[in-house]
Design a binder for this molecule. Structure first.
Ligand SMILES: Cc1cc2nc3c(=O)[nH]c(=O)nc-3n(C[C@H](O)[C@H](O)[C@H](O)COP(=O)(O)OP(=O)(O)OC[C@H]3O[C@@H](n4cnc5c(N)ncnc54)[C@H](O)[C@@H]3O)c2cc1C
Length: 387
């Protein structure tokens, strides 16, 4: 065990993680070391191949947090976030695919699906049938209340029409949880890709997490059984926002993984790069950078684990999730940027990971609620009486 890994072990034991929770993280770390790190840049350039997704399914990762009774592994929240963190260290894109599938798509059904929906869909999702979460629209990003996609009742069906924007994994999704306006208010629907009338646009050309594809999805007269309404009719935004609280814990795990990876790569580089006859890690300016990076990462982990603790105990955790997402994502950018600086010119090239890690980290300040939106949630607590 190298020094940095030992430090991480100590931190995890401080939080009282069980052996099992730690083992899930360790298994994911071993898998990623062998199977993902070596191909992460290739995936960034070419996308995630089907055989890798098949391997993830076979090992249970694409169903790991789905309850065992529905064919998943039933890992708890701490274990899931540890797993996501480990994947993110290797590839923010692969971690995004796993996080969005489990933390948004599957979670919508776990939290708000009825028994029939859970029995029908969760085992399929656990088998690696990717589930996308479709909330964002061209005119409704942060302002989710402005969604325009419509679902009109027609007998035992609803007819869906509308446009969704920036949908993670839409290129390969078998299922879509789609939020639309209805007569009774916004409502969630489970749409199957083969329902007819679903078309997925080309992947966006993105700055980072390029292995994870992000596409627009067009719904044209899609006929969805009323039985596929997810959660109460007219309460879709409550469904979406509750699921997003969980999703934000996943994003915080992704951000933390990116920060840890950027830190380790910066240390490794600095301990080997010699200038003025010394390793650059021997310069106090470099050590001060490490100090600031390390303290920020550890502070993020505390905030995230506090939020996970509250969520695990069944307490309300929206505020804690917002704080954890804000802090970890801002820290991921700060640490990844510092890592490039420590790498000097090499950090600006594709010969080192630093630039990819920085690109991957940047999205965590945007998706599943921007940093400004997180600040609004947190700061809004102190607004006082409404005028
Ligand atoms: C790679 C990627 C993957 C994504 N995956 C999904 C997905 O799977 N499903 C899904 O539904 N969505 C997804 N999204 C959408 C993502 O959640 C939105 O991009 C994000 O919520 C911001 O919305 P917007 O892009 O429309 O920006 P806008 O809401 O237009 O915001 C633009 C800027 O204005 C600021 N702003 C907006 N309103 C306010 C305000 N009231 N006060 C202060 N500042 C404000 C924002 O913080 C931001 O800086 C994804 C996006 C990306 C880029």
């Amino acid at each position: 065990m190298c020094g940095n890994e030992k430090l991480k072990e100590d931190k995890l034991s401080l939080f009282g993680l069980t052996d099992e929770q730690r083992e899930f993280g360790e298994m994911a770390r071993d898998f990623c070391k062998k199977r993902l790190f070596p191909v992460a840049r290739k995936f960034d350039e070419e996308g995630i191949p089907d055989d890798f997704l098949a391997e993830l399914t076979e090992l249970g990762y694409l169903g790991c947090s789905i309850p065992e009774q529905y064919g998943g592994m039933g890992v708890d929240l701490f274990s899931l976030i540890n797993i996501i963190e480990e994947f993110s260290r290797a590839s923010g894109g692969v971690a995004t695919l796993i996080g969005a599938h489990l933390g948004l798509g599957c979670k919508s059904i776990e939290m708000f699906g009825n028994e029939e929906q859970k029995a029908k869909y969760l085992p399929q999702m656990a088998k690696g049938n990717i589930t996308s979460f479709c909330l964002t629209e061209p005119n409704a990003g942060t302002d989710v209340f402005s969604i325009e996609a419509k679902a009109e009742a027609s007998g035992d069906f609803y007819i869906l029409n509308g446009e969704k924007q920036f949908i993670t994994s839409a290129d390969i999704a078998k299922y879509f949880v789609v939020f639309c306006k209805t007569e009774k208010g916004p409502t969630g629907f489970l749409v199957e890709r083969d329902d007819g009338g679903v078309s997925v646009g080309p992947p966006e050309k993105k700055l980072g997490i390029r292995s994870s594809k992000t596409c627009g999805v067009h719904f044209q007269d899609v006929k969805v059984p009323a039985a596929n309404i997810v959660g109460p009719l007219g309460k879709g935004l409550r469904v979406a926002l509750s699921v997003l609280d969980y999703g934000r814990l996943g994003v915080a795990g992704i951000a933390l993984g990116i920060a840890e990876q950027a830190f380790d790569e910066a240390v490794e580089f600095a301990q080997n790069r010699v200038q003025f006859g010394k390793t650059i890690s021997s310069f106090q300016t470099t050590q001060f950078k490490f100090a600031d990076m390390r303290v920020e990462i550890d502070a993020s982990r505390y905030l995230l684990y506090y939020a996970l603790g509250k969520a695990s105990e069944g307490q309300r955790f929206s505020l804690e999730a917002a704080k954890a997402k804000l802090k970890t994502s801002e820290v991921a950018s700060f640490v990844a940027d510092s890592s490039i600086q420590i790498h000097g010119g090499y950090g600006y090239t594709e010969d080192y990971n630093a630039e990819r890690v920085w690109r991957d980290g940047r999205i965590t300040r945007i998706y599943e609620g921007t940093s400004e939106a997180m600040r609004s949630i947190i700061g809004g607590m102190y607004r006082g009486k409404k005028e």
